[in-house]
Design a protein around this ligand. Sequence first.
Ligand SMILES: [Zn+2]
Length: 446
Amino acid sequence: MSDAELVLRSTRVLTPGGTRAASVAVTDGMITAVLPHDAPVPTGARLEDLGDDALLPGLVDTHVHVNDPGRTEWEGFWTATRAAAAGGITTLIDMPLNSLPPTTTVGHLRTKQRAAAGQAHIDVGFWGGALPDNVEDLRPLHDAGVFGFKAFLSPSGVDEFPHLGQEQLARSLAEIAAFDGLLIAHAEDPRHLASAPQHGGPRYADFLASRPRRAEDTAIAHLVEQARRRDARVHVLHLSSSDALPVIAAAKADGVRVSVETCPHYLTLTAEEVPDGASEFKCCPPIREAANQDLLWQALADGTIDCVVTDHSPSTADLKTDDFATAWGGISGLQLSLPAVWTGARVRGHGLEDVVRWMSAHTARLAGLGTRKGAIAPGHDADFAVLAPDETFTVDPAALQHRNRLTAYAGRTLYGVVRSTWLRGRCVMADGEFTEPKGRLLTRPH
Ligand SMILES: [Zn+2]
């Protein structure tokens, strides 16, 4: 490693081949070698000795609503990427909706990229959106570098992003499959939502009953059938209903190109413990019962669920009223996703290697970034999270970096303190202090 500029040394380096004591050599922002722990440091190279803190590949969060421009009072690139960096995330892919404009044409993509330029503390890419009336925009967006296309199969919550009916889904998916793109879907069936009891009000049990599992199960079964028929690539966003797992597992066994994510809140919070009126816990699909959660963890362990992403989707506090029917649906998780998932994982006997697979390697692969991100291996970007996995902290909303500091995790004690975050060999966050934003705007690799 004679030309290395930086060496990060730790007794716990999370490599694709396992956790081991190692020295990681970095040159020009790339990992050039993973060497023995006691390898000599070349002349001129800086040694960063992390002791027993774990060195993880930086997390890749493929489901983030930055809302910038247009709803920047909800969130923005500056604040979202600081929160992400504070949580060990080094790449995020922004969702096409809740910003104004939504990312549904190439012109809108350019507007989003201008909003993000110079604001990003980590690397940022963009999903496009599939609407009922923008089929002809999909290929140009693909060529312009979006990572895939988000569609809603039920109302999205914002008027400017209407959902796809079944025929519209078929048409969009046919177009996306024609260039072997990826369709990512919010899968709830609107007919099941419409026929569920809609009581409104502050009781969480009423809200849960208004978003039944069968709405997810039906929409996912339909999506999987569409993917099977066209040999298209589809991805199920934020899976909450464990009842959908058998259909997904069977489709995967048949070779259908379907992948699935779930979120930290489904894995670590339960319906039984949500206080009435506490709409910081509201998201769609909803947080379900503890028994459902156990099955989500099992599905992660057996590979039916591929990855864990935040679905960070904040709003201003005034929209988080105590009426679950009308309160904004979205949970802010960027800064806390790694400690939350790690805390849940360790009590269930999972290792940090599993967390890295779900939150870094597999999400990088989902975005098509697997050769550059998501692994501590030569040729990958030198993106790292340095984690004290056995240390705990209590969540204080005042310490959060995202714009609106409402959190469903307030007061919880979590394992895993993120000491520092590194982007292409540069420390971008250390002990809550940030450097100037040097994140890049990513496009889908060809
Ligand atoms: Zn979302």
